[in-house]
Design a protein around this ligand. Structure first.
Ligand code: BES
Ligand code: ZN
Length: 639
């Protein structure tokens, strides 16, 4: 087999989308919970871009291919004839563990069996493939949960997570964010389960022959493959507003509707900032079982979130603000490859904080920015200052882009945008954002798209001074400088000062108990986190007595908010508080968000490698394959 090359436009994909590009995808899927399989047929419409008729190279990592056929269409656009095609799977690909084993489809049989059709192809430039597939246990983008792993423990559950490059583990596809297509999906599942796709529900009925619930979905806005999302289980739905709602496991819906009641507000504020409507019509959230490895995932029409957001007090709704913001930055204007991931996430953090600023005040925005900056510095130190992944725009080579996942694209990207906003002023910057969204929606871009709109506006507004201003922006330095950014954003926050001064007094045991508790209790979660961050940064000053005070006086162990709880466990593990181990075990058995479990496991490994390993070995199958891999790798490295 000829050696495959990574697509230079997106080195995380082998697909030849410059020669032939996927336009429409039609999928018919069902599930076998016993065998833990998703079984499907997809019909894909491609457009040929090259002058010759090319082979079709698709990304693939895990699924079994049952058959691939060429569909000859009649005038009514029905399949008049199916021609089986031959294909090869490159199982010797040097990056098979990260990028997969691509599929190379030859149209040779069309030329042989139907020369007329082949000739027509050179003119029409359009072709349809029918692919049958079945997922296998190697498919890391899909997780099947047993009923014991769900909230009611009554029925099994399934969900997918495609970002960054896991769509290829559901079915063969041009798995690059450079490629956008529309989708039509038909799901079938036994009663009383619901099987959803991230699109608009068109129709739903009970097939009395099979006794299956059938639902048809459509995604008319072209989307990249990483936004493809499926979920199935026993679920209920509640409305938040005319266009917003929540899906949850049975029993959680009321709580979730209350928790996410700000969704509509967030959308309205974002619409106003961008001066561009929410184009996706419906905004639904889906609360997953706890093994979901992220806080949130912006799947169109169906944002996935961790159940850990159900804190009871809306204190973690910034995650909702973030995912909603992706409806513009990310889902309308999309990064064209993973080197430009910051173009999705940096812009979205920027918007998330604009929304929080509108709802909670500017000081909250500053507080979040400082906390974000601390996280940035700690992640950069974790990688090492000279690591490729500390660049805003890194080169992933043949690695899985998920391996480079950190706060760098988020916070460095955010700081770059704040720098630009300061440079030209808030109103001008907002105008750039508005023009950028209008011009590039439905497209996939790299940073040059924004640069172009920005420079155009600077020229228009600053006339003679524009050259000087444009020269002040050192794009290369922002994009490719390793380590901590040399430009220092100065965020100052009153709330932060308050949090840090109380934390310092607490360390020095200056403050009386009731004052500390009263102040702490009334704070917003973000301020509490700033307080705990300060303590963690000064953990050498925490003695046994202070640690005990922390728990008993601030009721940290009773906190329902997982964000605060996990920070407390980091302190407890650092202080080797054996009596907290049962609580930590309980936490790790009921949380799957990597943001929490990774640092907690890492701190536990520091404290007691064998104790942590024994627990992980017993419980690892509770976790999502991705989370499991990340933590397993740490254990593999040894102490
Ligand atoms: N799109 C990301 C999640 C993601 C990124 C999944 C890369 C897989 C690969 C999502 O929008 C996100 O950023 N989630 C954050 C939310 C936070 C920044 C408020 C998370 O899950 O922590
Ligand atoms: Zn995001």
């Amino acid at each position: 087999m000829a050696k495959l090359i990574q697509n230079p436009e997106d080195i995380s994909s082998y697909s030849n989308f410059k020669e032939i590009i996927q336009k429409e995808v039609d999928i018919d899927v069902s599930l076998d919970f016993e065998k833990k399989q998703m079984i499907g047929t997809m019909e894909v419409k491609y457009e040929i871009l090259s002058s010759e008729i090319p082979k079709i190279i698709l990304d693939l990592k895990g699924p079994e291919i049952v058959s691939i056929e060429y569909a000859v269409k009649n005038e009514k656009k029905e399949n008049a004839k199916l021609i089986p095609l031959s294909y090869e799977i490159d199982s010797e690909n040097q990056y098979k563990d990260s990028l997969g084993t691509p599929l190379i489809i030859s149209l040779g049989n069309v030329e042989k069996n139907s020369p007329d059709e082949f000739k027509k192809l050179s003119q029409s430039k359009l072709l349809f493939l029918l692919i049958k597939f079945i997922t296998t246990e190697k498919c890391t983008g899909i997780q099947f949960l047993t009923k014991e792993q769900t909230y009611t423990k009554k029925y099994p559950f399934m969900f997918t997570q495609c970002e960054a490059i896991q769509c290829r583990s559901l079915f063969p596809i041009q798995d690059s964010p450079s490629v956008k297509s529309t989708y039509k999906v038909k799901t079938s599942i036994e009663k009383p389960l619901t099987f959803l796709f991230g699109g608009i529900k068109k129709n739903s009925y009970l097939d009395t022959k099979t006794n299956q619930n059938v639902t048809i979905f459509e995604q008319k806005i072209p989307i990249p493959s990483y936004l493809v999302a499926f979920v199935a289980g026993e679920m209920e739905y509640g409305k938040i507003s005319e266009r917003c709602g929540v899906w949850t496991e049975v029993g959680l819906c009321q709580k979730a509707c209350h928790e996410f009641k700000d969704a509509e507000n967030y959308i309205k504020i974002a619409e106003e900032y961008f001066n561009h409507p929410y184009e996706w019509e419906v905004y639904n959230l889906l609360v997953l079982p706890f093994s979901f490895p992220y806080g949130g995932m912006e799947n169109p029409n169906l944002t996935f979130v961790t159940p850990a957001l159900l804190a009871g007090d809306c204190s973690m709704s910034n995650v909702i603000g973030h995912e909603i913001s992706h409806s513009w930055t990310g889902n309308l204007v999309t990064n064209k490859n993973w080197k430009n991931f910051w173009v999705n996430e940096g812009f979205t953090i920027f918007m998330e904080r604009k929304l929080d600023s509108a709802l909670l005040g500017e000081d909250m925005e500053n507080l979040e920015s400082v906390v974000g900056n601390n996280k940035l510095i700690s992640d950069i130190k974790m990688f090492g200052l000279d690591n490729e992944y500390t660049k805003l725009s890194p080169d992933y080579g043949g690695n899985d882009p998920d391996d480079g996942f950190s706060s760098v694209p988020y916070e460095k990207g955010y700081q770059f945008l704040i720098f630009l906003e300061k440079l030209i002023g808030k109103e001008n910057f907002r105008e750039v954002m508005q023009k950028y969204i209008k011009k590039y929606r439905y497209k996939s871009v790299d940073h040059t798209a924004f640069k172009e709109v920005l420079e155009e506006l600077i020229k228009e507004k600053f006339k003679d001074d524009s050259k000087k201003i444009i020269d002040e922006i050192n794009w290369d330095k922002w994009l490719y400088e390793k380590g901590i950014p040399s430009y220092k954003c100065k965020f100052s926050s009153k709330l932060l000062k308050e949090a840090e001064s109380l934390a310092e007094n607490f360390l020095q045991e200056k403050e009386d108990k009731s004052t500390v508790l009263k102040t702490f209790k009334d704070w917003h979660t973000n301020t509490k986190l700033a307080f705990l961050n300060y303590l963690l940064d000064n953990k050498s000053k925490i003695n046994e007595k202070i640690a005990k005070n922390l728990k008993s006086e601030l009721n940290l162990a009773e906190e329902y908010n997982s964000e605060i709880k996990y920070m407390w466990y980091l302190i407890a593990l650092d202080k080797k508080m054996e009596e907290e181990i049962p609580n930590i075990e309980k936490f790790l058995e009921t949380h799957g968000r990597l943001k929490y479990i990774r640092p907690v496991y890492f701190a536990w490994i520091e404290k007691d490698f064998n104790q942590a390993k024994k627990f992980f070995d017993e419980k690892k199958y509770l976790y999502h394959p991705f989370a499991r891999r990340i933590i397993q790798e740490k254990f593999n490295k040894g102490k």
